[in-house]
Design a protein around this ligand. Structure first.
Ligand code: AR6
Length: 170
């Protein structure tokens, strides 16, 4: 059983000194609120320019839910941003596999880039309304199963409620 080094901090994902930060984006890759807005604001226009190139080359129809794709980190401390699109919470449909896929695909991209340290936000738990305790279980479980070989995988939780949920899952 792999035993990756998973850590938790309460804080702002745009301030993390890691190789790559994961962005809770949307399919358009053109920005939004929450983590996405904060990353583009602080990282600068180079990130959006590379997102536009991704759309022009590989993802004309948008980045599908559960997939992940990298750009520069721009002015962030992180060298790369890995954009992934979480599923919108649906009470009458189990979309857990898609939320797990966001984490698995982000790890795959991080390995391709050569990132050793990666920071994740609580994907889908804001605008996309996924209950944070359930999202924490899926996120922690997927990193545990798939996160072998990294120096550090860090969850960055904005508020205490999310921090407590991830601490419980861990
Ligand atoms: N650092 C860490 N966590 C944060 C930060 C931050 N700076 N800001 C918010 N959070 P969300 P989603 C927390 O909405 O649910 C965007 O418009 C927040 O409290 O960023 O996947 C995109 O463009 C919450 O717990 O992502 C998409 O359209 C968590 O990060 C849509 O939102 C995720 O909230 C994606 O929605």
């Amino acid at each position: 059983m792999p035993n990756p080094n998973i850590t938790l901090v309460q804080g702002d994902i745009t301030e993390q000194d890691v190789d790559a930060v994961v962005n809770a984006a949307n399919s358009s890759l053109l920005g939004g609120g929450g983590v996405d807005g904060a990353i583009h604001r602080k990282g600068g226009s180079e990130i959006l320019a590379e997102c536009r190139s991704l759309r022009a080359s590989r993802y004309g129809g948008g980045l599908p839910v559960g997939h992940a794709a990298p750009t520069t980190g721009g002015k962030l401390l992180a060298r790369w941003v890995i954009h992934t699109v979480g599923p919108v919470w649906q009470p009458d449909e189990d979309r857990s596999a898609l939320l797990a896929s966001c984490h698995r695909e982000s790890l795959r991209v991080a390995r391709e880039l050569g990132a050793r340290t990666v920071a994740f936000p609580a994907i889908s738990t804001g605008v996309f309304r996924w209950p944070v305790e359930d999202a924490a279980r899926i996120a922690v479980g997927t990193l545990r199963e798939e996160g072998e070989g990294f120096e550090e995988l860090r969850f960055v939780l904005f508020d205490k409620r999310a921090y407590d949920a991830f601490a419980a899952a861990l």
